[in-house]
Design a protein around this ligand. Structure first.
Ligand code: FMN
Ligand code: SF4
Length: 502
């Protein structure tokens, strides 16, 4: 009997290790395969038992449920996992293997299509690889949505004795976890994507700057790199091609701003994580002053499937200039939270109400923050907004790393605006005045409004304009999004304090 159980840290946090121990005790003869998560976090720990090639799910499982699951009487039976609505409605390209295979089995990785993209890339010129990524329409999934192929072209064309591929795995946005799930559930995909990037632009070294708060991902990625090197996927002669690419894992410094690419580069060089002025672009003078690709985990991990299935296959999904799939991370006060990969274009309302099932508290939804701590709060009147870079921009928001955090009607939006300013003040690298001083003044101004001084509202708007226009990076520049979206969409929450003070 083959039993699958995630070893993803979300599943572990929900008790997967106790379930594993109960399974080993009750069925010592069974083969227990630890996987990543399918992304249905409300069902974790999710056990899958394979019968006649079909995997039947049970969840959320507690150790006491194991006996019933094994003798076929469990009320937690969910039926075939692939037939569940959440799974059937997805287009899993980047996450195709996550939750399916043992993350550290290179054999299984290859059996499920792994390394096909790299093998194709090794038979191409660097320019052909870059052209393929350009044609796919892939845009950076770290936040800014910059076309990945164009960034690669700059590094490809740059002269230099040494170029680098840096994977940004700092994943500091609240409510996001796609990078972690990918690294814990299918690390070879990221390694393969980085190797393709290296061969494409002529870089022989790579680093993953991995968030220190992700110890499981660090362990899995470190082992995967060792396995890949031992198998000749990494090293001086990648898959016998004569081309070199090797990489290592570096632990992040634990600051939100170290996710900003130039601050990340400073941190990686052993310096303080302070943002650098641009130009020069990292693509021309990045790590140690050399031409450097800095890409998000999901951007890089999507490259293998583009090379495997072709640029057009990928570009055929999506909406407008947002091509391919988006790895939505649904979190906060929501009934069904987790990871859902789908073509760009799905509406915000469909994600929150239909997939997410509305709030966990059962109260009406009040706001959804899209795009992490620098993203706008959208209201239910904007539920028709399709999820795409330009579409979110038109609605006054941003898609960012595609995290969606749901809040119910008991939420005080003035408190959320204050939190955004306070977050910026705490996390500011201090390099520029609008952010360093502005965020502190922002907290003070919101406190005045909370005390009933609504005359301070125009001052807050002015301050946000200064931060937006004058900040060096998006931490100070985008904090006005959550702040002003709360003010403009939920004005009652800012006036109510005045009434209370009177
Ligand atoms: C304050 C701040 C934090 C950021 N944090 C991250 C992060 O954790 N992960 C990430 O991939 N990009 C982050 N970014 C975006 C990066 O600067 C950069 O745009 C990205 O790594 C480029 O990769 P991509 O083109 O694949 O998205 C952050 C940006 C800012 C301003
Ligand atoms: S906006 Fe803030 S985080 Fe960004 S460079 Fe200026 S001080 Fe640093």
């Amino acid at each position: 009997m083959r039993i699958f159980l995630p070893m993803d840290s979300a599943a572990k946090a929900l008790g997967a290790e106790d379930v594993a121990a109960a399974l080993r005790a009750a069925a010592p003869e069974a083969e227990i395969i630890r996987t990543g998560t399918r992304g249905m976090i409300w069902l974790e720990p999710l056990i899958e038992i394979e019968r006649d090639g079909v995997r039947y799910g049970f969840g959320p499982v507690e150790p006491d449920d194991v006996a019933g699951i094994l003798d076929g009487t469990s009320p937690k039976a969910l039926g075939p996992v692939e037939e569940l609505d959440w799974m059937k409605r997805q287009t899993r390209l980047t996450f195709a293997r996550v939750g399916v295979i043992d993350p550290l089995s290179l054999r299984e990785y290859e059996a499920h299509g792994g390394l096909t993209g790299l093998r194709r890339a090794l038979a191409m010129t660097g320019q052909e690889i870059v052209d393929t990524v350009k044609a796919s329409g892939l845009r950076g999934r770290g936040g800014a949505g910059f076309p990945t192929g164009i960034k690669w072209q700059t590094v490809h064309d740059a002269d230099g004795p040494q170029k680098y591929i840096i994977c940004n795995a700092d994943e500091g946005d609240s409510g996001t976890f796609a990078d972690r799930m990918l690294m814990e559930g299918d690390p070879f995909t990221l390694i393969e994507g980085m190797a393709i990037a290296g061969v494409g632009v002529g870089a022989t070294r790579g680093y993953v700057y991995l968030r220190s708060e992700y110890p499981d991902a660090i362990t899995v990625m470190t082992s995967a790199v060792e396995i890949a090197r031992a198998a000749g996927v990494l090293g001086k002669d990648v898959l016998g091609s004569g081309k070199a690419f090797d990489m290592e894992i570096r632990k992040g410094a634990g600051a939100y701003v170290c996710g900003e690419e130039t601050s990340l580069l400073n941190s990686l060089e052993g310096k303080r994580g302070v943002v650098r002025a641009k130009p020069p672009l990292p693509a021309l003078q990045g790590f140690l002053g050399r031409p450097t690709v800095v890409n998000n985990v999901i951007s890089l991990a999507t490259v293998p499937v583009i090379l495997e299935k072709g640029a057009q296959h990928y570009a055929d999904f999506g909406l407008g200039r947002s091509r391919g799939t988006v790895t939505l991370q649904i979190a906060g006060n929501v009934s069904r939270g987790g990871l859902f990969e789908t073509a760009f274009g799905i509406s915000l309302g469909e994600v929150v109400m239909d997939l997410g099932g509305g709030t966990r508290s059962g109260r009406p939804v009040k706001a959804v923050q899209v795009g992490g701590p620098l993203g706008a709060y959208l209201s239910v009147t904007e539920f028709d907004t399709p999820l795409g870079y330009e579409e979110l921009d038109a609605a006054g928001g941003l898609i960012g790393h595609a995290g969606l955090t749901v809040f119910d009607d008991s939420t005080d939006m003035l408190g959320k605006a204050r939190f955004a300013m306070e977050f910026c003040a705490v996390e500011s690298c201090g390099k520029c005045t609008p952010c360093r001083i502005g965020a502190v003044r922002g907290v003070e101004t919101i406190d005045r409004i909370a005390e009933g001084d609504t005359a301070a509202l125009p001052l807050l708007a002015d301050l946000c304009e200064t931060m937006q226009d004058g900040s060096l990076c998006a931490l100070g520049g985008f904090t006005p999004f959550p702040v002003m979206s709360a003010v403009t969409r939920f004005p009652d929450d800012f006036a109510r304090h005045k009434e209370a003070a009177e």
